[in-house]
Write a protein that binds this ligand. Structure first.
Ligand code: USQ
Length: 391
C-alpha cells in the first residue's frame, strides 16, 4: 500500500514508518521538526541520541534496501499538505503530526494557541486534502484516551447508547478532556466525524493511552535507527519518566496521592495496533473509534513497580509525592473498554518487572545524556491555585 505518515520524525512516527516500510509498503513521511525545536527552546532533549531524519532514512536504506520518502513542512500549511497528498496519493494516512504534550499546552496563552492551531488546523487541512484528492483513503488518526477524562461510568469505544426521556440513540461518548491539548483532540474527533458523515471519508480514531518503551523490532536493527526518548516534565510520559528517574537517582515524581488511574501500552503494541487498523480499514462514511491500550494502572502502582524492578538491578529508589501541578481527580472510578483491537488480533506485551528491567537497562546505557534540570514539574494547570487548595 501507499502509506503517508504525518509526524514521521517523532517517538512513534519514526518506528511506525519503519514497520510499514519493512513490510514492503511504499512509505512517505512528513515532519517539520517542531518537537526537536520545542526541546531546544526548553533546555531539554531526547535521552537517546537520535540522528537527523535524513540520516536515519539513509541508514534504513542501508539496512533494509527500502526507501522512505521525506517531505519537510508543517501541515498547518494547507497548500503544502495538499501538494504532498496529491503527489503521494496515499491509500492510508497515519496522522501523528501534532503537538502531543498536555503540560506544553498549559504553559501559556501562546503555547495553548500554538497547540490548538497546529493540531486542529493541521487536521482540518488533512480532511480537505483527503476529500479533494484521495476520498477513498483511510485516515488513521492518533487520538487519546484523555478525551474521555475520568467519568464515573465505564468508558466505551467512542460511542454510547443513551436513553433520554423515553427515546434512544447511539451518540459520541461524552468528553471531559483534562488539558488544552486534550481539548484539541476532542475538536479533531468532532471534525473527522463530521467529514465522514458529510463527505463519506473513512477514518479510525485510535484513542491511545499513555505509551512507554523505546525499542521496536525495526529500530533494533541498527543503533542509529533508535527513536527518541523523552523524560522531561513537558514531553516525557509518566512511566518513561519514572524509569529515567530511577536510573539517575532522582526520586520518582508521583503527582499528589498517585491514585489517578490511566490506561497504558507498550510502544510495540502501538505499532501493532496501527498496523491492524490499516489492514482492516473503516467503511466509507464510517468514523470508527478504537480504545488503544492494554492495561490500566494508577500512577502509584507504576512507581512501586519501577521501584521493585530497579531494586533487582541494584538501584535504591525513593518515591516522592510532589504537589500535583495538574488539576485532575486523584481518586476516581476508571474502567475503559478495549476489545476492538483485541478482536482484530492484538497480542499485548503486558507490563511487568522484567519489561521495566529491560527498559532500565537501555536507559542506563544513555544516562550520560540526561539533563536533570528538565525533570521536575514546573507547569501548573492553574497558577492561581495554591497546591494545597488544588488538592
Ligand atoms: N504524572 C505523575 N508524575 C509525573 C508525570 C505524570 O504522577 O512525573 C501523572 C499525571 O498527573 C497524570 C498521569 O501521570 O495523571 C499521566 O501523565 P502523562 O504525562 O504520562 O500523560 P498525559 O499528560 O495524559 O499525556 C500522555 C501523552 C499524550 C497522550 C496521553 C494519553 O503525552 O500525547 O494523548 O498520554 S492519555 O493519558 O490517555 O490521555
Amino acid at each position: 500500500m501507499r502509506i503517508l505518515i504525518l509526524g514521521g520524525d517523532g517517538y512513534l512516527g519514526w518506528p511506525t514508518a519503519l514497520r510499514f516500510s519493512a513490510a514492503g509498503h511504499e512509505v512517505a513521511v512528513v515532519d517539520n521538526f517542531n518537537r526537536r525545536r520545542w526541546h531546544s527552546e526548553h533546555g531539554s532533549a531526547s535521552l537517546t541520541p537520535i540522528r537527523p531524519l535524513e540520516e536515519r532514512i539513509e541508514v534504513w536504506h542501508e539496512v533494509s534496501g527500502e526507501r522512505v520518502r521525506f517531505y519537510q513542512g508543517g501541515i498547518e500549511n494547507g497548500d503544502f499538505l495538499e501538494e504532498v497528498v496529491a503527489e503521494t496519493r496515499p491509500e492510508a494516512v497515519v496522522h501523528y503530526g501534532q503537538q502531543a504534550s498536555a503540560p506544553y499546552s498549559m504553559l501559556s496563552r501562546e503555547r495553548a494557541a500554538e497547540t490548538q492551531s497546529a493540531n486542529i488546523i493541521g487536521n482540518l487541512n488533512l480532511l480537505f486534502a483527503l476529500r479533494d484528492h484521495v476520498p477513498d483513503a483511510h485516515l488513521v488518526k492518533l487520538g487519546t484516551m484523555g478525551e474521555y477524562g475520568q467519568p464515573n461510568i465505564d468508558i466505551e469505544e467512542g460511542y454510547i447508547e443513551i436513553e433520554h426521556k423515553g427515546r434512544r440513540d447511539v451518540l459520541p461518548y461524552p468528553k471531559l478532556p483534562g488539558s488544552l491539548y486534550h481539548c484539541s483532540k476532542v475538536a479533531d474527533s468532532t471534525n473527522i466525524h463530521f467529514a465522514c458523515r458529510t463527505w463519506g471519508l473513512r477514518a479510525t480514531d485510535l484513542n491511545q493511552g499513555v505509551v512507554y518503551g523505546i525499542e521496536t523490532e525495526e529500530t533494533n536493527r541498527d543503533e542509529r535507527l533508535i527513536t527518541r526518548f523523552d523524560y522531561d516534565e513537558l514531553f516525557g510520559t509518566v512511566l518513561n519518566r519514572f524509569c529515567l528517574q530511577a536510573v539517575v537517582g532522582h526520586p520518582l515524581t508521583v503527582y499528589g496521592a498517585g491514585r489517578q488511574t490511566r490506561s497504558f501500552l507498550n510502544i510495540r503494541d502501538t505499532l501493532a495496533c496501527v498496523e491492524l487498523a490499516v489492514a482492516n480499514p473503516a467503511e466509507a462514511g464510517e468514523f470508527r473509534v478504537f480504545n488503544q491500550f492494554t492495561e490500566q494502572f494508577s500512577v502509584l502502582e507504576l512507581a512501586e513497580l519501577v521501584k521493585a524492578a530497579a531494586a533487582h538491578l541494584g538501584y535504591e529508589v525513593t518515591i516522592d509525592h510532589v504537589d500535583n501541578p495538574r488539576v485532575e481527580k486523584e481518586e476516581h472510578y476508571y474502567n475503559a473498554v478495549n476489545t476492538s483491537l483485541l478482536d482484530l488480533g492484538l497480542e499485548p506485551n503486558y507490563l511487568g518487572e522484567e519489561l521495566v528491567e529491560s527498559l532500565l537497562g537501555i536507559i542506563e546505557r544513555h544516562k550520560g545524556n540526561a539533563i536533570e534540570g528538565s525533570i521536575d514539574p514546573r507547569t501548573r494547570w492553574n497558577p492561581a491555585r495554591s497546591p494545597a487548595a488544588q488538592a
